[in-house]
Design a protein around this ligand. Structure first.
Ligand SMILES: Cc1cc2nc3c(=O)[nH]c(=O)nc-3n(C[C@H](O)[C@H](O)[C@H](O)COP(=O)(O)O)c2cc1C
Length: 198
């Protein structure tokens, strides 16, 4: 039997992405965001939602660009820190021992030590209530070379990504592979075949 948890933002698994921007002085800042996801394939787009009070809100609105930086499990403490202090008061990246390089395609910095960076141009900004959804068009994805498999594709196991559970406010590691996407369910397919479009 299921019990009701009410009208809550409990969706799993949620990422812990780090949104990186330049402020009006050209200083790099970073903020952790879990209200995030991919929202379009063509053009490739993702979103994160932020409260207006976040320094990042101001920076993205002004620069119209940001990067999404995806950490490994070993970087959970740094990621958490970026979500509990504001760039208005603290040079968070320096305190966390993180460095940045300018994005290759957008006016936003990329975190060098995190294994995966997505460079985004702000495409749309949608005020939803407590949060504003920032939709970014992904212009490029960069990852550590050692995360690629023999086919040149990003190996999901090697990155050791982790998730955030808002229900118990805890980070969780991801486990071993379960099987192939668009593959595991094939045994249950009717004769009519599969829909492969994501
Ligand atoms: C795990 C985690 C997830 C978070 N997700 C979001 C989010 O999706 N949107 C948001 O506005 N704030 C979120 N926060 C809070 C911001 O990261 C936090 O307020 C941060 O200090 C804002 O930094 P800034 O003022 O430098 O932009 C999250 C914090 C943590 C620890």
């Amino acid at each position: 039997m299921k019990v009701s948890l009410g009208a809550a933002t409990i969706a799993l698994p949620l990422p812990a992405w780090v949104i990186c921007t330049y402020d009006q002085h050209g200083r790099a800042n970073a903020m952790t965001a879990s209200w995030t996801g991919v929202c379009c394939s063509v053009p490739p787009c993702l979103y994160f939602s932020a409260r207006e009070s976040r320094y990042t809100y101001e920076c993205v609105s002004a620069r119209r660009a940001f990067t999404v930086n995806i950490p490994s499990a070993t970087q959970a403490a740094q990621t958490d820190f970026l979500g509990i202090a504001s760039g208005r008061k603290v040079d968070k990246l320096a305190r966390a021992g993180l460095t940045t390089v300018p994005g290759k395609h957008v006016d936003a910095p990329a975190i060098v030590e995190f294994p995966l960076t997505l460079e985004c141009r702000l495409a749309q900004q949608l005020d939803l209530g407590s949060h504003t959804m920032f939709i970014g068009e992904i212009l490029d994805v960069q990852c550590f070379e050692e995360l690629l498999n023999a086919d040149g594709k990003l190996d999901g196991a090697k990155i050791r990504a982790f998730t955030y559970c808002p229900a118990d406010s805890t980070y969780y590691a991801t486990g071993p592979a379960l099987g192939g996407g668009y593959q595991l369910g094939r045994a249950l397919l009717p004769e009519s075949g599969a829909d492969q479009s994501g």
